[in-house]
Design a protein around this ligand. Structure first.
Ligand code: ATP
Ligand code: MG
Length: 131
């Protein structure tokens, strides 16, 4: 998911270029916006964390790009491509290093396991929207 900060700052095209250059195939994609309720549902795993309220406010603050991506070893390779959660700690050349400014507005989300990728893919897309 390309987050509201990166969309607002004009980085959709550059981020998609990096994703494709990284060897990922786009299986599904949409430009949409989360309500606060849907953002809370997406990040329900973090509901006890102190930053949950800000995370929900931020993720529902503007449009996002949701996508399902496919690659061998996709989870680990995508985490490498996006870099550390905190852009200040993200390696040079990673998406968060290049396009994000803070830990709460960090440009992009990546699933953290195959099981969560399945859940998050189903959150945004039906079977008929995958190619
Ligand atoms: P994401 O799940 O968005 O890909 P991540 O897996 O790198 O990010 P998580 O630990 O899952 O990191 O945290 C989810 C999101 O919550 C982060 O992307 C960040 O925007 C926000 N977040 C995490 N830790 C903090 C923090 N200490 N302060 C503020 N926001 C935070
Ligand atoms: Mg995460």
């Amino acid at each position: 998911m390309i987050k509201p900060d990166a969309v607002k700052n004009g980085h959709i095209g550059a981020i998609l270029n990096d994703i494709i250059a990284g060897g990922f195939k786009i299986v599904a994609m949409k430009y949409t916006r989360l309500s606060a309720e849907k953002a809370g549902e997406f990040y329900a795993i973090h509901k006890e964390r102190p930053f949950f309220g800000e995370l929900v406010d931020f993720m529902s603050s503007g449009p996002i790009v949701a996508a399902i991506l496919e690659k061998d070893n996709a989870i680990e390779d995508f985490r490498k491509l996006i870099g550390n959660t905190d852009p200040a700690k993200a390696d040079a050349g990673t998406i968060r290093n290049k396009y994000a400014k803070s830990i709460d507005a960090n440009a992009i989300h990546g699933s953290d396991s195959d099981a969560n990728a399945e859940i998050e893919g189903n959150f945004y897309f039906s079977a008929f929207e995958r190619f």
